[in-house]
Design a protein around this ligand. Structure first.
Ligand code: ADP
Length: 533
């Protein structure tokens, strides 16, 4: 009998994996994508750090210690084994208190810990050591964002001529703003010699940049939406690495994230006041009434209610929203906001909430249940992002029949179909120019549609709720990406079990030629901003 074909083996490494640790979309993706890959028959194992506050006693402690080579010697870490919820994907937690027993994953709000490069060097190096110790020789190593950017570098360097050197590497950019930047003097922390500190690898305008090295070393690159894959090749959105990305355009793919359609399902959601479907929407009225009451607003189904959720940061464009609030609140509309972040932003929305309790309520907290109640109870969802690699909230909104009012950027372009007033087509309201005027005008457009063309709102809601954002679609694209990476690394196709042989993925199209910077306009300084995490 011929031997059973082996499944594709993938080592998936991430600094956050929901529900164990999450600060944003990276955590969501890392928690759900591996489960969808497993459903396709891929043998995927996840590795992440064990952070303070995690329920470690519920995890199996593996025997012995894992020795991780660090610049100062060998770190002896414990390894705990768990499973992702609702499935059998193994997840390994690297337990090393010196680096991870801290109050925050990356650092206090607005800053990063001074030794973040070292902490996540440990994660990348540790993940490869773990793979060897447990005898899991991956076909593909999948690294996610700068915290794991050293993985493709190590596969090509310290694993040279070792079994792991045969692994293809995929590097996914979830948000290019955060790049893992430090002074050039920190090169030694990676354990690699100074010969790697040059503009073709780690050096970027006099700083050490882990992402740049990953972009150079990974077999294939991906990011989380087709539009963002194009945008990051331009100076406007490339955060200083657009040139490097243009150089690898043929190896860069945009795969739109999915969402957890079980956790975010208005038909079964236990967080919300009443459940509903596209066919029977009465429950949404009850959710709206409950949300209005919880926010201390007038409980009135006729007043359109706008919801806002997200990190109160520059990326999300909350400063622009702040500048148009007076205008918006002068209209017959209500707004609720849930978010945490920049001190100034929090202060602004807190005081606005106190000043206009009749129309506006801000909750400055991180509250998963409330996020569900806002998605279900609001009529419209506002997302004025400056840039948005993919964005999850607009997909949750669409699934809950809550129409996005969103800036046409990144993944928002790929998920929201712009409203056509003449025909009633579309699933949301898009605007291009990121200014308080354009945002207020678009909120006003949603408002006038609500009052003047209610049939359009109804039809858009049903259309929005019927969109497919499941991870199964995205997982099929990742499988194709892995197979292509394998083929390029080994020079021959993967011979094991493949769930659905499919054509190789197509790289993101070449972007328009870079815009010349007009005289007098200052270059942006992505490296400075990217230190925030
Ligand atoms: P990003 O990853 O850039 O923060 P995404 O839209 O991709 O943005 O994902 C944000 C995720 O974090 C969503 O699941 C969103 O609901 C959640 N989220 C953000 N802020 C809060 C908050 N204050 N309370 C609850 N959930 C939040």
């Amino acid at each position: 009998m011929p031997p059973e074909p082996q499944p594709l083996k993938v080592l998936f490494v991430s600094s956050e994996v929901a529900p164990f640790a999450k600060t944003g979309g990276l955590g969501d993706v890392s928690g759900v994508l591996p489960r969808a890959l497993r459903r396709r028959g891929i043998d995927v194992r996840v590795v992440m750090p064990l952070y303070a506050g995690m329920r470690w006693d519920a995890l199996e402690r593996l025997e012995g210690t894992l020795e991780v080579p660090m610049w100062w010697g060998r770190a002896r870490a414990a390894v705990r084994l768990g499973r992702l919820p609702d499935g059998d994907v193994p997840i390994y937690f690297l337990e090393y208190n010196r680096y991870f027993d801290r109050p925050f994953f990356y650092g206090p709000p607005g800053e990063g810990y001074g030794d973040n490069i070292e902490r996540f060097t440990f994660l990348s190096r540790g993940a490869l050591e773990l793979a060897k110790v447990i005898g899991f020789l991956p076909d593909v190593v999948h690294a996610n964002d700068w915290q794991t950017a050293l993985l493709p570098v190590y596969v090509n360097t310290v694993e040279w001529a070792q079994p792991l050197h045969g692994a293809a590497t995929v590097y996914t950019i979830h948000n290019l703003l955060h790049q893992g930047v430090s002074d050039g003097g920190a090169m030694f922390v990676t354990g690699l010699g100074r010969e790697h500190y040059h503009p073709g690898e780690f050096e970027h305008f006099g700083t050490l940049n882990l992402t740049k090295a990953a972009l150079h070393h990974a077999t294939l690159l991906s990011t989380v939406s087709p539009t963002y894959a194009r945008e990051i090749q331009t100076p406007e959105a490339g955060c200083g690495l657009d040139g490097v990305l243009r150089g690898r355009q043929a190896d860069l793919f945009g795969i739109l994230n999915g969402i957890d359609v079980e956790a975010w399902n208005p038909a079964t959601d236990r967080h919300i006041a009443a459940r509903y479907t596209a066919e029977s929407m009465e429950g949404k009225q009850a959710c709206k009434a409950a949300l209005q009451a919880a926010a201390g607003l007038a409980v009135d189904p006729r007043i359109p209610l706008f919801g806002v959720i997200g990190r109160l940061t520059y990326q999300k464009g909350f400063d622009v929203l702040a500048h148009c609030m007076d205008r918006v609140l002068s209209w017959d509309a209500q707004m609720v906001l849930l978010g945490t972040g920049d001190g100034d932003g929090e202060e602004f929305f807190r005081s606005l909430s106190a000043r206009r309790p009749d129309k506006f309520k801000a909750w400055l907290a991180f509250d998963e249940g409330l996020a569900h109640r806002i998605e279900a109870g609001a009529d419209f969802f506002v997302m004025p992002s400056r840039f948005e690699p993919c964005g999850l909230n607009q997909m949750y909104s669409l699934r809950y029949g809550t129409l996005p009012v969103a800036r046409a950027t990144g993944g928002l372009v790929d998920t929201v179909q712009g409203y056509q007033e003449a025909t009633g087509d579309g699933t949301g309201f898009l605007f291009g120019d990121l200014s308080p005027g354009a945002l207020a005008d678009t909120i006003g457009w949603a408002l006038s549609t609500w009052f003047d063309r209610p049939a359009h709102v109804e039809a858009m809601r049903r259309r929005a709720m019927s969109q497919d954002f499941s991870w199964d679609r995205a997982a099929a694209s990742y499988e194709r990406l892995y197979l292509e990476a394998y083929r390029r690394r080994r020079g021959h196709p993967f011979a094991g079990a493949v769930s659905a042989p499919a054509p190789p993925p197509t790289p993101s199209p070449r972007p328009p030629p870079p815009r010349r910077r007009p005289p007098g306009e200052r270059a942006r300084s992505p490296t400075r901003r990217s230190r925030r995490r």
